[in-house]
Design a binder for this molecule. Sequence first.
Ligand code: HEC
Length: 240
Amino acid sequence: MGGEAFVETFGTIYASNITPAAIGDWTDGELVQAITEGVNRDRQPLFPIMPSSRYKEMDIEDLYSVVAYLRMLKSISNDVSEKKLKFPFNHIERTFPETYNPISKPADTDKLAYGKYLATIADCISCHTPRNKTGKPIEELYLAGGYEFPIHGGGTVRASNITPDNTTGIGSWVGEDFINRFMEYSFPPGEGIPVEQENNTIMPWSAYATMTDADLSAIYLYLMSVAPINNNVNEWGRTE
Ligand code: HEC
């Protein structure tokens, strides 16, 4: 239902309400445009925390499934505050809209390509690649972590280095370690995740725990194929 505040160098941006109460009268085309091009129905840019630069590659069938799913959500009224961008980001933001440039979903037998596709549309890449001060991903630190998020109740958490670097990334993990790390969070529906306050994370572990082993292992294979980057991330530490 939105409302999550992302406090950044750029200002304060609130995640939108995307239940039918707010977007019920948007057409499918307008929703597709928001997801893939990062613009609202008036073609005004959405701040690029919304990862359209990755979603623009989503296969059209998957995109329709997302739209169909949004239509099925329970309608929740929640007036989310307008974003407040600091100068100069209120101007820079206008340069961000993307163009929908879909790739066809690779066959799941082509594990590497399929894993890359999943990592793209499941958002791993946008969260695990840090951004520069204008919100653009730093491609030299592709998947090397460090992107910092504020968490409820104060504090911050940083995305981990998930490149195959042996010391600072997940290079020493075998496929089973990777899958098990996600399975730790598979709970029957309705049961909360017992996370310690100081270890609150925005990594959507429980949502991903519903992925199949085959999908997770394809993602793992893809991650193992990217360039290892030595970048030591202190996930739970305070900002220096
Ligand atoms: C909304 C942001 C976000 C998204 C999306 C996201 N992650 Fe994360 N991830 C994090 C953060 C923050 C951490 C560090 C805190 C933690 O371990 O929960 C993390 C931790 C991890 C870790 C643990 C690494 C370690 O060294 O313990 C792995 C593995 C991981 N993510 C893989 C993925 C994969 C694969 C995807 C996509 C399917 C993904 N993440 C999507 C934010 C995200």
